[in-house]
Write a protein that binds this ligand. Structure first.
Ligand SMILES: *Cc1c(COP(=O)(O)O)cnc(C)c1O
Length: 472
């Protein structure tokens, strides 16, 4: 008998596992208790009580043996560490920027950038807000204005580049505010809050042309720019045979400056940077970093952290790495789509986003449906996820009203190189179970609200707690 021809050829991760970290499955009764103690906020759970942790892809990466070996080569000199120069070289080589200021993580770079460039009353247009980015813009006296395409706000729209800027919206903001009031246009690729959606090269080029007409610089939030480059390779005509590293280089070349959370794409547990081609901004940032982070050759990091980052950058742009990274997210998302569970489409680069509005139409947005869904998923299986809806959006700094984003999502964020396909199956099956029980779900009320970035530490109780109803 002839050997059957395979009907599919699977890909697998370009690594094998050398060290393992035990995790523990708790009982449903324990998890109910833990989530109550945590005020129904998954950020307030202890990680020991979590089975599969999809809270975030930030700093949760598994480093390679080469990165761990690099830790031993840490040069902990206060000034001029050789790891700093290695990091500089690699950022310059792969991202293309001339000047580099290391920071302990992304928001530290955003802080320094906002302080250096934003004046009271300024307007900063961007392709959808990010929590820490917008807060630093506001604290510096600026106002963020969303200029992303309308499709990005519709979880069912299949547009391949939902991170794109709507050029007419941007033109309108420039006309209304005047170019003098716009210190820079702030772009992210991929766009986290839209569901990890990419921006196309053509769109960035068009934004560049428009900005050139008014001499407005472009600042890139490069946190997931490698994942963005991968989507360009997969979806944009003309890029299918280019290496991700080359696409990344071209993408960054249309921008003047970048802030980076290396805890994401760059495969480390801590680190970030501000990189720029603008010498004036570099001088200012280099000065400010001394005030807030540390000397400009370490920026709040140990030498070994900078070495791990320098090595992580190289691994992050490898085509096999990025294909399996995004491919794992796709694997989880495909299961949910096949089971007709409402998620943001197309599937994003770093996470699968559950559409909490479609899960729980009975819960009004003011009772935090996504927050409730994240709590219910934890109770079902010990899978930890994150709210990305009205709680994350916070309040308008002037009116103090709750902002009501059109996207009310729960993010299942996949750490890089950490979990296996079997873990993804467990997650998918738990989501299916919670979806099957959706009719019984109830809303929440906020019982404690922090002033800044409330989603991290807010506490909740069941909206109808007085009547003794239980969650899910
Ligand atoms: C995580 C993140 C940041 C902030 O970076 P931290 O390292 O968490 O301070 C900024 N922008 C985006 C898009 C992010 O995902």
């Amino acid at each position: 008998m002839p050997f059957p021809k395979p009907t599919r050829r699977s890909w697998a991760e370009p690594w094998k596992i050398k060290m393992v970290e035990p995790i523990r499955l708790t009982t449903r009764a324990e998890r109910l208790e833990r989530i109550r103690e945590a005020g129904y906020n998954t950020f307030l759970l202890r990680s020991e009580d979590v089975y599969i942790d999809l809270l975030t892809d930030s700093g949760t990466n598994a480093m390679s043996d080469r990165q761990w070996a690099g830790l031993m080569l840490g040069d902990e000199a206060y000034a001029g560490s050789r790891n700093f120069y290695h990091l500089w070289e690699n950022i310059n080589h792969y991202y293309g920027y001339k000047y580099i200021v290391p920071t302990h993580q992304g928001r530290a770079a955003e802080h320094i950038l906002s302080k250096a460039l934003i004046h009271e009353g300024d307007i900063i247009p961007g392709n959808m807000y990010f929590t820490t980015t917008r807060l630093h813009q506001e604290l510096a006296g600026g106002t963020f204005v969303d200029v992303i395409i309308d499709e990005a706000h519709d979880p069912r729209n299949e547009h391949p580049f939902k991170g794109n800027v709507d050029l007419q919206k941007l033109q309108r903001v420039i006309d209304e505010a005047g170019p003098g009031k716009i210190p820079y246009v702030c772009l992210a690729g991929t766009v986290n809050m839209a569901g990890g959606q990419p921006q196309s090269m053509a769109n960035l080029r068009a934004v560049r042309e428009l900005c050139n007409r008014y001499s407005i610089p472009i600042v890139l939030d490069a946190t997931r720019a490698v994942e963005n480059a991968y989507f360009i390779q997969q979806r944009e005509p003309g890029y299918e045979s280019k290496k991700v590293a080359k696409i990344l280089e071209e993408y960054c070349s249309y921008t003047d400056t970048s802030t980076m959370s290396a805890k994401k794409d760059a495969l480390v547990n801590i680190g970030g940077w501000l990189a720029t081609n603008d010498e004036g901004l570099y001088q200012e940032a280099r000065n400010l970093v001394v005030v807030y982070e540390g000397l400009h050759t370490y920026g709040g990091l140990a030498g070994r952290d900078m070495e791990a980052m320098a090595r992580g950058i190289v691994e992050s742009v490898d085509d096999d790495h990025i294909r399996t990274r995004v491919g794992q997210v796709e694997y989880l998302g495909r299961h949910l789509i096949d089971w007709e569970i409402p998620i943001v489409r197309p599937i994003g680069g770093h996470a699968v986003f559950l559409d909490a509005r479609a899960f729980y139409p009975q819960i009004p947005q003011t009772q935090y449906p996504a927050q409730a869904l994240a709590a219910n998923l934890y109770v079902d299986s010990g899978v930890r996820s994150m709210e990305r809806g009205i709680v994350s959006a916070g309040r308008d700094p002037k009116s103090h009203e709750e902002r009501k984003p059109s996207l009310e999502l729960v993010r299942l964020t996949i750490p890089r190189r950490v979990y296996t396909q079997a873990h993804m199956d467990v997650v998918a099956e738990s989501v299916l179970e919670v979806y099957a029980e959706r009719a019984q779900a109830r809303g929440l009320k906020m019982t404690y609200e922090p002033k800044y970035l409330r989603f991290f530490q807010a506490r909740f109780d069941l909206a109808d707690a007085a009547t003794g109803a239980k969650v899910a």
